[in-house]
Design a protein around this ligand. Sequence first.
Ligand SMILES: [Zn+2]
Length: 463
Amino acid sequence: MAAPSAPPRRIVIENAAIATVDTAGTEYATGHLVVAGERIESLGAGPAPEGLADVDRRIDATGHLVTPGLVNTHHHFYQWLTRGLATDHNLFDWLAALYPTWARIDEPMVRTAAEASLAMMARGGVTTAMDHHYIHPRGTGDLSSAIIGAARDLGVRFTLARGSMDRGERDGGLPPDFAVETTEGALAATEETVRRHHDASFGAMTQVAVAPCSPFSISTELLREGAALGRRLGVRMHTHGSETVEEEKFCHELFGMGPTDYFESTGFLGSDVWMAHCVHMNDTDIAAFARTGTGVAHCPSSNARLAAGIARVPDLLRAGVPVGLGVDGTASNESGELHTELRNALLVNRLGPHREAALTARQALRLGTHGGARVLGRADAIGSLEPGKLADLVLWKLDGLGHSSIADPVAALVLGPPAPVTASFVHGRQIVENNRMLTADEDRIARDARTEARRLARIAGQD
Ligand SMILES: [Zn+2]
């Protein structure tokens, strides 16, 4: 007979402003939050209830805002090794410049890039990360397990979008032929990764999605079979879509229709799909996303860096489309941080037709938390602070020089300079303290990243 399990240990956080990002947008000017084990047990205004048993730790969070942990919905970790290159290019020219280097990645490079990408985000308040990894050069082994291992070691909740490409240059695609997989090989490896690593449970730390790369790097068959595979396995699907005018032109020339119609014709729209970018969408495209429940990963900095355009986020939200935020790969967003995307999403969208009515500070925070959780299919478990949900949360320090004169804590977080993270918890476990990882040696990761970036540049330079 199993021994009776011990009661969960408690962490009590008090004297903080709290933005729960629940459906009603409940906030407390001064409140408390109690974590029991891996879950949020209770929260509310004023001090915590007296007489709580099994309290391991009490945190006086005076001067802080507590929010749900940030959820990143689009990234390419391996790009950490190719930051700051092709800095004045549009998407297609940038891809053409970088693909030959990317095609030389190996497992130690990918592992180091994953650690660096994860650490950079986590110490800025990300508690759930994702990696859309679509380059699997022949003979490089099981890159998916290397990436998942890095997330597990750092203690970050994680979705691996197992990406793939099978349309090389000889088939009219953008990637070089030696960087792509066969259609059958990509599908088989994706299924193997799902079976090996995907956890469908409420508290899952690791999930896997089926993620063919983009219309200009994959065959129609891979898109169609990828959607069928995802549905057969009961996991989510992800890809890039409607990122640039060049992609739109490519789809019209090759398929006789725009990207959204093309995705729908292959089964790649649905409430189990989320798509990165979605910049060039007309009203019919937005209606198709709303009708099918397809989600969007909005990546404002990357879209600006590659001169892609401004996604119609206010229109997507008004139509009921789930929208989260994404860093995107750090070759097109060198900062590698998500908390800065709250501000950038607000600012960039105000440059669009809706101007000052485009997004509020609270909507920006919602995109980065609850919106991201919806997009990843995890809104039952994460993305807001509510009793019973997983304890993924961040204590932002707002009483220092950068923020202390802003009375509204949510405005301070979104509009002010990047706020220091005093503590960040994932699954009830603290992984960040005072902007430093507790679960990894950042200096070691920084050294390894420099070494691996130089090794990649050297190998690629020999071609
Ligand atoms: Zn991307």
